[in-house]
Ligand binder design. Structure first.
Ligand code: PEP
Length: 266
């Protein structure tokens, strides 16, 4: 099965509106000369306050903006109500989002997000017609203790609990070893591919072989223009979730270009 690659930029808590607009325009300018078939699925995740300005630039006029999908970095699972500071899936859809990143290790670590909360978010995102990008990954201590696979399998089973096979098939998972995020240390591509193949087997164990074949599983953790080609050449790695290198149009566009060299036309 050939899965269309995804290159997703997680802008985290960075960029004011004017900077987000400039970055989005820099990506748009690069992709406008390529067809959707040539390009990977491109996703960018600005902060909530920049969703509007980015959506306005992502117009449908053929300038390339419509080749970039917009993601939110978080959501709440309820539609509306007394949840001060939260944003619902319906609101994100209204703001132009088609993806939502959930379970990022920074949210698990700093905001105490649990597997149960991530599962509720995944259900709400899919019910609202959006696509979850579900993050998982081990700490350095867990890796050194030899519990990487069991930890990740348990995160994945919890996140996907109660989802239908169709819902699982259209979801996205990002394997992000925590020790590789923002550290400049990339996980060895063969090892990332091994863990991602293990995640695919875990998905199969809770759904179907068809869903496991369809679901796109990304690698994240210090991805750079110089690492992506090797990562994308591996059998199970379907793309990348990129933090630091997504904050400059030049490096993000180079990641897109290097992905196209090895793994597009789907
Ligand atoms: C991330 O935060 O999802 C990430 C992978 O960051 P970085 O690329 O900076 O390691």
């Amino acid at each position: 099965m050939s899965r269309k690659p995804i290159i997703a930029g997680n802008w985290k808590m960075n960029l004011l509106k004017s900077q987000a607009k400039e970055l989005f325009e820099g990506i748009k300018d690069y992709v406008k000369d390529y067809s959707a078939k040539e390009l990977p699925t491109i996703v960018v995740a600005p902060v909530f306050t920049s969703l509007d300005v980015v959506e306005t630039v992502a117009c449908n006029c053929g300038c390339g903006g419509n080749k970039i999908s917009i993601a939110a970095q978080n959501c709440h699972w309820e539609n509306s109500g007394a949840y001060t500071g939260e944003v619902s899936v319906e609101m994100l859809k209204d703001a132009g989002c088609s993806y939502v990143i959930i379970g990022h290790s920074e949210r698990r670590q700093y905001f105490s997000e649990t597997d149960e909360m991530i599962n509720k978010k995944a259900k709400a995102i899919l019910a609202g017609g959006l696509i979850p990008i579900i993050c998982c990954g081990e700490t350095l201590e867990q890796r050194e203790a030899g519990v990487t696979d069991s930890h990740i399998a348990s995160q994945i089973k919890a996140a996907l609990s109660g989802l239908s096979n169709d819902e699982i098939a259209k979801s996205v998972i990002a394997y992000e070893p925590i020790w590789a995020i923002g550290t400049g240390k990339t996980c060895d591509a063969d090892e990332a591919n091994r863990v991602i193949a293990m995640i695919r087997k875990t998905v199969e164990s809770v759904s179907s072989s068809q869903a496991a074949d369809s679901i796109r599983i990304l690698y994240g953790g210090s991805v750079k223009p110089g690492t992506i080609a090797e990562q994308m050449s591996k059998s199970d790695i379907d793309g990348a979730l990129v933090g630091g290198a997504s904050l400059k149009a030049d490096s993000f566009n180079e990641i897109i270009a290097n992905t196209m060299k090895v793994a597009c036309n789907v």
